[in-house]
Design a protein around this ligand. Structure first.
Ligand code: SF4
Ligand code: SF4
Length: 123
């Protein structure tokens, strides 16, 4: 997928519903990504695109991403549908809760975010 194929959505104001613009996770990995995925800089390795929106792959398929981090030489296909495992589902729910999914955009409004996705296209 080329950069032109990626979602080109402006960031909504903080607190408004998340539209999957991807500004947050492209700019800097969240605390969970830093701790559990060893992701130090953006874009986050778990960032995925689904139906024109950026989505958190760590929520969608946590076991695959943890496996990938633990076994960096055995690249799994994390974009496959996640296995239907109860543990995986429970972990997804915990991660989604920790991230505050469904509680609106939590990224601050500043000059950088106001320029999104222009700064993304030109990077
Ligand atoms: S939380 Fe905000 S910045 Fe992050 S994807 Fe959602 S709308 Fe965009
Ligand atoms: S783990 Fe999910 S929410 Fe956190 S930075 Fe990565 S894609 Fe974004």
């Amino acid at each position: 997928m080329t950069k032109q194929d990626l979602p080109q959505l402006s960031k909504p104001k903080q607190g408004l519903p998340c539209n999957g613009c991807g500004y947050c996770c492209n700019s800097e990995p969240c605390a969970l990504a830093k701790e559990f995925l060893h992701c130090a800089t953006g874009p986050c390795i778990a960032l995925e695109v689904v139906e024109g929106r950026f989505v958190c792959g760590f929520v969608r398929n946590p076991l695959e991403y943890l496996f990938m981090v633990a076994h960096p030489d055995q690249r799994g296909s994390v974009l496959d549908a996640p296995p239907d495992m109860d543990e995986g589902h429970q972990l997804s729910v915990k991660i989604a809760t920790a991230l505050g999914l469904g509680q609106g955009c939590d990224a601050e409004d500043d000059i950088q975010s106001a320029l999104w996705p222009l700064i993304f296209k030109s990077a």
